[in-house]
Design a binder for this molecule. Structure first.
Ligand code: RM4
Ligand code: MN
Ligand code: MN
Length: 430
């Protein structure tokens, strides 16, 4: 633990508040000295919101194994309870993103009533043609939208139409499509034909969406396809979004890039094209590792937010990114990992808000490389934790959500209330 959180942990609630207030006052004074209003920044951080993935509340796994924790949610209602808790502690995660059919429910009225009672809403709905479901007539083993068999493509389209119906029922405003389609060996699949078929199917899905919805296409370089993935990169994703129309945009999952790819540059390109739809936040060292956002490359996360804050301040046409988390919690308590993630995102966002854009533009124009870089570092190296804690507090959240969660006894209580699901019974992130 850092000194600050150690201090907060060792104090009673009143003591922690006092330490926080002192830290916040000191930071505010420092910022005011630099001509920055702490109040304005707190208000900006208070407006930051991110959606929680329903599939991240149970322990994830790898193809080698899964080591589940206790008290994990077994039903959509239980996942929504956990989501509501994350929102109450952070004040920044008011919506859950559903994955169909993992979250398919018989009674949508009940789902809506649960959400109302818990005070949460619904974000983008996600389709799934990367697995075969029990009783499904045709297999996606060799692709869904890209499959040369029209009956398989039809089945995949029908699935997406059902996902849209679920989304309509809960009040979603977007559909995220990630396809596992691809091939493992040269010659297995027509490289051009497969892409054309994906585009054609997506056109039909796009046409079926309500007018106020957006469609997000999500690229990924490899896995499960190990030779050629149909929507493998942001270029493919952009081609699709451009072919579909104004309400189709690209979703950037931070882990869906090969090592050393410049993700903030991709974000800038998509922003420039008016096609940046949103994010799946996570972090990675090697591939689609789905680790906690900011855990491996916090500076990259900041640089991405810098592009976003800049685009927002410049009022770039069509700028309305959907912020979502996509993580797999194999080792950490899923709720703790999500609390940590939201905090990391709030910090990266707050730091990006601190960048002096006017000075940066001057240094860029005069070719002062060092001072331009220092302008970014100046913001990045500011300890914004008191500011983020204050924003959380004003939205009814906790100063330190992870510590508050541990003190609450929630997991122990759920361990009793939610005995382990039978094997294969609990849908989860793979
Ligand atoms: C994929 C991709 C999708 C997510 C699935 C579970 O790798 O990131 O967004 O829906 O995992
Ligand atoms: Mn994703
Ligand atoms: Mn992924």
């Amino acid at each position: 633990m850092t000194a600050r959180s150690e201090r907060l942990a060792s104090l009673d609630a009143g003591g922690a508040e006092r330490v926080h207030e002192r830290d916040f006052a000191a930071l505010s004074e420092r910022l005011e000295g630099e001509g920055v209003s702490a109040e304005t920044l707190v208000a900006e951080v208070q407006r930051f919101e991110v959606a929680l993935p329903s599939w991240a509340f149970a322990t994830g796994g790898t193809r080698f194994g899964r080591f589940s924790g206790t008290g994990e949610p077994r039903t959509l209602r239980e996942k929504m309870e956990d989501a509501a808790l994350v929102h109450s502690l952070t004040g920044a995660a008011p919506r859950i993103s559903l994955h169909i059919p993992w979250d398919a429910a018989r009674d949508m009225d009940e789902v809506r009533a649960d959400a109302r009672r818990l005070g949460i809403g619904f974000d983008a709905v996600n389709s799934n043609t990367f697995q075969d479901q029990p009783g499904q007539p045709l297999s996606y083993k060799l692709g869904s939208f890209s499959n040369p068999n029209p009956a398989i493509r039809r089945q995949a389209i029908e699935h997406h139409l059902q996902v849209i119906e679920v989304g309509k029922a809960v009040g979603s405003k977007a559909l995220t499509v990630w396809l596992a389609d691809g091939s493992n060996y040269p010659g297995q699949m027509s490289l051009r034909g497969s892409f054309e078929r994906v585009r054609e199917c997506l056109e039909e899905v796009y046409a079926a969406m309500p007018d106020d919805w957006r469609l997000f296409t999500e690229h990924k370089p490899y896995e499960p396809a190990f030779y050629a993935t149909v929507v493998q990169d942001w270029g493919s994703s952009l081609l699709l979004a451009q072919a579909l129309g104004d309400r189709a945009q690209c979703l950037v999952d931070l882990g869906h890039h090969l090592p050393s790819v410049n993700v903030e540059l991709i974000v800038a390109r998509l922003l420039g094209a008016g096609k940046l739809g949103g994010f799946h936040f996570n972090d990675s060292k090697y591939g689609d590792d789905d680790l906690t956002a900011g855990s491996i490359k916090p500076y990259v996360l900041f640089l991405i937010f810098h592009e976003l804050v800049l685009a927002g301040r410049e009022r770039l046409p069509g700028f309305d990114p959907a912020y979502m988390i996509d993580q797999s919690h194999n080792l950490k308590d899923p709720i703790e990992a999500l609390l940590q993630t939201v905090d990391q995102l709030q910090q990266a966002y707050a730091k990006a808000c601190l960048v002096d854009h006017a000075r940066l533009a001057e240094f860029q124009a005069s070719g002062d490389v060092i001072m331009a870089e220092r302008t970014l570092k100046q913001a990045y190296e500011t300890d914004v934790r008191p500011l983020v804690s204050e924003a959380r507090r004003r939205r009814g959240g906790a100063l330190d959500p992870v510590l508050a969660f541990r003190a609450s006894g929630y997991r122990a209580q759920k361990t009793v209330a939610r005995p382990a699901a039978p094997p294969g019974g609990a849908p989860t992130h793979l």
